[in-house]
Design a binder for this molecule. Structure first.
Ligand code: ADA
Ligand code: CA
Ligand code: CA
Ligand code: CA
Length: 205
């Protein structure tokens, strides 16, 4: 049994340890896990490559999720709907994927790390801006993947990150309008850095 590493946050009664329901961070709410670890119960998923698993956290428009650890199994990780801020999130073992942008918005991920994914780390399923900084990503297929076959526009910025051991790419898209700007980032063994991206800006890497 994995128990939370620190005090249980007070936002919900079922707010740490094994989650059999998704924790919802409502519009405008700040959810501070204070370092607690969460894992998925079987009702959410087993963290395999099976599609349709549920997230441990769902962050709604204007919500902030910070200081949480997602342990094994992490099911479908974190889903965002609209603008969302994610701060100091640690994925100890990525599930089907780590985080998915489900609805359009600006998603800002700062600090933390993710590792041990079979395929995608960050999955982008809606037109959006994804800003990731001060983040360490290792051991997955793709650091970022825009939904296969989709042609909406995604603007990705990657700053001050450390990315290593990607089987395929840092960012892969099938959309000719999506862009990436990568700055001050260290990377190693990432396959083909960018696949399908027509508009690439890089400096200080
Ligand atoms: C795959 C799958 C999509 C969706 C996505 C996800 O790309 O084809 O339908 O499930 O994964 O959000 O994980
Ligand atoms: Ca998937
Ligand atoms: Ca994994
Ligand atoms: Ca998924």
């Amino acid at each position: 049994t994995i128990v939370p590493t620190t005090a249980v946050p007070t936002t919900t009664v079922e707010a740490a340890g094994v989650q059999n329901t998704t924790i919802i961070v409502k519009a405008g709410e700040v959810y501070d896990g204070k370092g607690a670890r969460f894992i998925a119960g079987s009702a959410l998923g087993d963290g395999s490559q099976k599609e349709g698993q549920k997230p441990i956290f769902r962050v709604e428009n204007g919500g902030t999720l910070k200081n949480v650890v997602l342990g094994y199994p992490a099911a479908d990780g974190v889903h965002t709907y609209g603008n969302a801020t994610l701060e100091n999130i640690v994925w100890e073992d990525i599930g089907e994927d780590a985080m998915t942008i489900k609805e359009s918005g600006t998603v800002t991920l700062k600090g933390g790390s993710a590792t041990n994914g079979d395929d995608k780390m960050f999955q982008i399923n809606a037109a959006s801006t994804f800003k990731v900084s001060n983040f360490k990503g290792s051991k997955a297929g793709k650091f970022i993947r825009q939904l296969g076959g989709s042609t909406f526009k995604v603007n990705v910025t990657i700053d001050n990150c450390d990315i290593s051991d990607m089987k395929e790419a840092i960012f892969r898209t099938d959309s000719s309008t999506s862009t990436v700007k990568m700055t001050n980032t260290r990377y190693h063994n990432v396959g083909t850095k960018f696949i399908g991206v027509k508009n690439i800006t890089e400096s200080g890497n």
